[in-house]
Design a protein around this ligand. Sequence first.
Ligand SMILES: [Zn+2]
Length: 131
Amino acid sequence: METCTYELSHSAIAATHFYKAYEGDRVNLCFECASRFGYPEYLIEYPQPWRPQYGYLVATLNGTGEFGEVETWPMDGSAVEWWLDVLGCPDVHNLLADASWEPYRAHQVIDGAWTYEAARVTCLPLAQVCK
Ligand SMILES: [Zn+2]
């Protein structure tokens, strides 16, 4: 972890930004120091830590061989629950439980002419669609 080297008493605080000083040395700034730094245009933000997360791919089929709503981007857990509910899936909970149990396979719930499909995948961090 890079720590703040801008203010001596901040040596234990994580740095969020840095700038290149004379001869290329890095000066690290914590969030507080970066916030009151007089030349923000020279600051470079350290990348945020990230980790892969689970997402769900959803499709609905209407029995004619054509797809209804198809999401080509994965959605996070709460967004996919909301979306399946909007689409009218009668058993969202079990569909997502099946998808979690066996990832990368399309699991289905059939309701009359409609088939609801969900597959869990591992993906890059997802934007929060609805909260
Ligand atoms: Zn600081």
